[in-house]
Design a binder for this molecule. Sequence first.
Ligand SMILES: CC(C)(COP(=O)(O)OP(=O)(O)OC[C@H]1O[C@@H](n2cnc3c(N)ncnc32)[C@H](O)[C@@H]1OP(=O)(O)O)[C@@H](O)C(=O)NCCC(=O)NCCS
Length: 192
Amino acid sequence: MAFLQALRNFFVPAAARRITVVEPAAQTEYCVAPLTPGHLNEVLYLNFRCFEDGENYNKHTFSYLLSQPNALCFQIATAENEMAGFLCVLVGDNRIAHITTIGVAPEHRRRGLAERMLAELDRSLIERGITSIVLEVRVGNTAAQSLYRTCGFLITQQISQYYNDGEDGYLMVKALADEMEPNDISRLYEPA
Ligand SMILES: CC(C)(COP(=O)(O)OP(=O)(O)OC[C@H]1O[C@@H](n2cnc3c(N)ncnc32)[C@H](O)[C@@H]1OP(=O)(O)O)[C@@H](O)C(=O)NCCC(=O)NCCS
């Protein structure tokens, strides 16, 4: 098992897990595009750069997400075709979309890229008749909570010790259809 884990993480140098000084990237155009299995190594590397706290997904998990028919995955890329952000969602049998991960490279942050990916997600889900989105976020991750609030999500519950290190999570929900109430959505959804 240890060998397999080492093999999975082969393409991710340990140094990539620590962010020191962040030099903003040069201004460029960005474009939202599908994230496919061909992007596996690139998204894995970016994910390690985005999540420094060890809660990041490994190669196996991304490989699973990128190959699931009920998953929707996007990237946002620069004009030079460099991946600047990613977003993955799983749609459950209850037709609730669950954001499993979202990240933007530190040097591309605060340029509205996460907001653009979430807007593209809304459009794609509405086209598929999906009426609600849920996600979990660490109580200490105020940056992400602020993003989600900006994009129309509301906190409906605090989930005790949701994360491996014992930190609580918030369940945040967003209704894409007028008839859905945030509290109804959170009742329909069972956090994993
Ligand atoms: C959270 C994250 C995805 C935001 O990406 P981003 O592209 O920088 O976000 P945006 O530029 O689209 O931000 C849109 C709005 O969200 C809010 N926001 C985003 N980052 C914020 C921050 N660090 N502090 C406060 N508000 C923030 C702001 O309202 C912002 O609008 P503004 O810049 O006009 O004020 C990014 O910081 C990240 O990758 N973090 C590490 C991974 C992570 O925590 N993912 C979420 C796990 S639940």
